[in-house]
Design a protein around this ligand. Structure first.
Ligand SMILES: [Zn+2]
Length: 361
C-alpha cells in the first residue's frame, strides 16, 4: 500500500496506534482524554490530542475525527496522513494546529455512528434545560424508521411509508424527518440525548484548555456518509448572511453550503458540533464547519442505520446477524479503496491549508 492509504486502519485500536505514533514522531504535544468504558477487545478508549505550534497561539486550526464513531475510519486516516506528511511541520507565526482524534471513541471502536448512550453526538449540543426541538415527521414515521424486524417484507413496507411521506411533503421534509434528530425515542435512530454526553463534556473541556489564548479559531470536523462517492461538501450550520458563512466561502469557495435554507446536502440539524465552539469561544472569531465526504447511495446508508439500531436493540454483538450488520454499517461510512482515501486526504489537505491562510491573513 502506498500514498495516503497506508495511514487508514481496520479498527479503532489500530487507528489510535497509528495516530499516536505519527504524532510522536512528528514532535506533537500529546494529551489523552480517557473514556470510562472499553472497546470490544478490552482496549482503552480515548479522545487523543496532537498539538503543533505554540501553546498560547492566537490562531488555532482544529481538525476533528470520529464525531460519528464509525466515520472515524475516514477522519482518523486523514489526520494520520496529514501529520506524517508534515502538514504541521512549518506553521505561520502565532499559529497552532490541533488534531482531535476520535471525538466519540466508543462509537468508533464498536462500529456505531452513535455513542455509548445511543446518542447522535452531533444532535447533543442543545440546551437540555429547555424544551427539546421537535421533529413531527420523525414522530409520524417512527415505526418505519425503526422497523421491528429486518425481513424483506417489513423493510419494503417501511420504505413504502417513507416514499409516501416524501411524495406528500417533499424529499427535504423526508430527509429532515429521518436525519434532523429527535429527543423522544431513546432507543431509536437519531436520538439527540437528554443531557450532555461524555464526548460533549470532553470536547468542551478540550476547547477551554487548548484554545484559551486563541482569537481566531477554525475547526474542520471530518464526516462521511452523505454525497456521491469521494465528493466533498463543507457544511456551515449558520445562515448565508452570517460572518462565518462569508469567511468560509472566501476561504473555500463553492464547496461551502449552509444548512439553513436548504442549500446543503445536510438537513438543518440542531445541536451540532459548531454550536459548542460558538458557545465556548464567545467574543472570538470562530469558523467551525463539517467536512462531509460521500460514500455510497443514501438508501444504503439508511438501511445500514436502521439495521445497526435494530441490532443494538436485539442483543448487539451476541446477535447472529452482528457480523453482517457490522460490515453493512462500516461500508456505509467508509470506502475501503485507495483512490477514495487519496481523494479525502487531498481535499482535507487543501481545506486545511486554505484555513491556515485565512486565519493568518
Ligand atoms: Zn457524520
Amino acid at each position: 500500500m502506498k500514498g495516503a492509504a497506508r495511514h487508514f486502519s481496520g479498527s479503532y485500536g489500530e487507528a489510535r496506534g497509528k495516530f499516536l505514533a505519527a504524532a510522536r514522531s512528528a514532535g506533537a504535544a500529546i494529551r489523552h482524554h480517557l473514556h470510562p468504558l472499553k472497546g470490544p477487545g478490552g482496549e482503552e478508549l480515548a479522545t487523543d490530542i496532537a498539538r503543533f505550534g505554540p501553546e498560547n497561539a492566537r490562531h488555532v486550526l482544529g481538525i476533528g475525527s470520529g464525531t460519528h464513531g464509525v466515520e472515524g475510519y475516514c477522519g482518523s486516516g486523514v489526520q494520520t496522513a496529514l501529520i506524517t506528511e508534515g502538514f504541521a511541520a512549518s506553521l505561520p507565526d502565532d499559529t497552532a494546529i490541533l488534531f482531535v482524534h476520535a471525538i466519540n471513541p466508543y462509537g468508533f471502536a464498536w462500529d456505531r455512528r452513535v455513542n455509548e448512550d445511543n446518542v447522535d453526538l452531533n444532535r447533543n449540543f442543545v440546551d437540555h434545560t429547555m424544551p427539546h426541538p421537535e421533529n413531527p415527521g420523525y414522530e409520524e414515521l417512527a415505526d418505519a424508521i425503526n422497523p421491528p424486524d429486518l425481513s424483506p417484507e417489513t423493510m419494503a413496507e417501511c420504505r413504502a411509508r417513507m416514499k409516501a411521506y416524501a411524495a406528500a411533503h417533499g424529499p427535504r421534509a423526508m430527509q429532515h424527518a429521518l436525519s434532523a434528530g429527535q429527543y423522544t425515542h431513546p432507543q431509536g435512530v437519531q436520538f439527540g440525548g437528554r443531557a450532555p454526553v461524555w464526548s460533549n463534556r470532553t470536547l468542551r473541556a478540550i476547547i477551554r484548555a487548548e484554545m484559551a489564548a486563541a482569537e481566531r479559531i477554525a475547526f474542520v470536523d471530518i464526516h462521511s456518509g452523505l454525497g456521491a462517492r469521494g465528493a466533498a461538501e463543507i457544511i456551515c450550520t449558520e445562515p448565508e448572511s452570517s460572518a462565518a458563512y462569508k469567511r468560509m466561502t472566501a476561504w473555500w469557495g463553492s464547496s461551502v453550503r449552509s444548512t439553513v435554507g436548504g442549500g446543503s446536502i445536510s438537513s438543518d440539524v440542531p445541536g451540532s458540533i459548531p454550536v459548542c465552539f460558538a458557545e465556548e469561544l464567545k467574543g472570538r472569531e470562530v469558523t467551525a464547519c463539517g467536512l462531509e465526504f460521500g460514500t455510497v447511495p443514501i438508501a444504503e446508508v439508511t438501511v445500514a442505520l436502521q439495521s445497526d439500531n435494530w441490532l443494538h436493540q436485539n442483543g448487539g454483538r451476541n446477535n447472529p446477524k452482528a457480523a453482517e450488520i457490522g460490515k453493512l454499517i462500516r461500508d456505509a461510512f467508509y470506502v475501503d479503496a485507495d483512490d477514495w482515501k487519496e481523494q479525502v486526504t487531498e481535499t482535507t489537505r487543501l481545506t486545511g491549508a486554505r484555513a491556515l491562510a485565512g486565519l493568518t491573513a
